[in-house]
Design a protein around this ligand. Structure first.
Ligand code: DX5
Ligand code: ZN
Length: 226
């Protein structure tokens, strides 16, 4: 499989979350955002156990893989990511992020993901302290800071959680991406950029708008001016 790589750290990337897209028209929804210059698409996998919601699994990722060249940034909100990672890689995920709360040997799992040929990310819930990811974060390609409690799109941004980007940037340096996820829109994107984020997941602020290109442009402008 032809693996895509996350764009180099330091470049700002908006990663639309398809959670708020029309799943009956997923191919054209994704085509619309890539036509607006998007390189990374965020896939929210929920298992109904780690989070109180269900989305999709590897078969849907495989269909998405067939319809786009974008980097597939796969956010596993599931209890047992170690048992499923390989299936997501086979389906075409390019990057896999797991929750620190779900894995007993995070460094070992990062090695496994790298051996499978994909980049690795670790994420932490709003109430999980930075210290929980401190040892593994520098081994990762991206650290994801949840700025809402995971499970649903369209929730309000939590500034207190976003501030963890400041400390994380000191820990990982410039070469690891810091992604923020939850409530990112033109009013919050500039703030998280100032905290040190370079990757901005946005679901509702893009797919909840009728003009997706304009929505992306508005977030991009907020990042540039942030
Ligand atoms: C939340 C998901 C997010 C979500 C973001 O559990 O991980 O990726 O789709 O949605 P918005 O941008 O609408 O907060
Ligand atoms: Zn997500």
């Amino acid at each position: 499989m032809n693996r895509r790589r996350l764009p180099q750290a330091g470049t700002f990337q908006i990663a639309p979350s398809i959670l708020s897209a029309d799943f009956a028209r997923l191919a054209s929804e994704i085509a619309e955002v890539t036509a607006a210059g998007i390189e990374v698409v965020h896939l929210d996998v929920m298992d109904g156990h780690f989070v109180p919601n269900l989305t999709f699994g590897p078969p849907v990722v495989a269909w998405i893989r067939k319809c786009t060249d974008a980097v597939l940034d796969t956010h596993l909100m599931m209890t047992d990511p170690e048992s499923y990672a390989e299936r997501f890689v086979e389906a075409g995920s390019d990057h896999i992020t797991f929750h620190i709360e779900t894995v007993s040997d995070p460094a070992g799992f990062v090695r496994t993901l790298h051996d499978l040929g994909v980049s690795a990310g670790v994420t932490l819930n709003p109430d999980t302290p930075v210290e929980a990811v401190e040892p593994v974060a520098p081994l990762c390609d991206m650290v994801l800071v949840m700025t809402v409690n995971p499970g649903f799109g369209g929730q309000s941004f939590m500034d207190r959680a976003a501030q963890k980007c400041i400390r994380l940037r000191q820990i990982v340096g410039p070469d690891v991406r810091i992604e923020v996820d939850g409530g990112i829109d033109p009013t919050t994107a500039g703030t998280v950029k100032r905290y040190g984020a370079d990757t901005f997941v946005a679901g509702n602020a893009i797919f909840g708008q009728s003009d997706r290109a304009a929505a992306i442009h508005a977030i991009r402008r907020a990042i540039e001016n942030g």
